[in-house]
Ligand binder design. Structure first.
Ligand code: CMP
Length: 147
């Protein structure tokens, strides 16, 4: 079962501007169950590993600087078709192209400081969730194990 959860980060900009509560409210009102959640600060090595798929791109070094600039919230979100459903809720990577009412339209400052991350595939949701959480730190809504 890999299509029933996704992974998200509330990024340093949204945390600094005190949007954690509003974003989590939007997430739960949209029907996602928070299976796991942590508040932490990435170090450079962790950020480079997490975003290694973007290594070499022009924005990579700035992205690493930004993602290590302050605390973040990381979470596993449970819902049917979670990856696709969450991408709809957060909107386009570029807030200028994000649909009205999406998390990025409401809270992103720029394409880089775009408020939240959401997994782009089931495979990456599994990898990203496993990077931050052990199986014993995850709780499905139905109390099933593991997610
Ligand atoms: P995220 O969903 O976390 O995945 C990769 C991140 O890189 C993305 O959100 C943005 O924060 C950043 N990013 C992607 N494209 C660009 C770009 N063209 N310029 C600057 N940052 C970008």
């Amino acid at each position: 079962m890999t299509n029933n959860f996704t992974f998200t980060i509330i990024k340093p900009g949204a945390v600094a501007h005190e949007h954690i509560g509003e974003i989590l409210t939007m997430i739960t009102r949209a029907g996602f169950w928070i299976s796991a959640m942590k508040y932490l600060k990435l170090n450079e090595e962790q950020a480079r590993y997490f975003y290694s798929i973007h290594q070499g791109k022009p924005f990579f070094e700035d992205l690493i600087r930004f993602m290590t600039s302050g605390p973040i919230v990381v979470a596993i979100l449970e819902k049917e078709d979670a990856v696709e459903e969450y991408r709809k809720l957060i909107g386009n990577t570029d807030p200028a192209k994000a649909e009205p009412g999406t998390i990025r339209k409401l809270f992103a400052e720029s394409i880089q400081r775009n408020a939240v991350h959401g997994s782009d595939s089931n495979e990456n949701a599994v990898k990203e969730a496993n990077f931050f959480f052990s199986l014993s730190e995850r709780f499905t809504k139905a109390g099933k194990f593991p997610i």
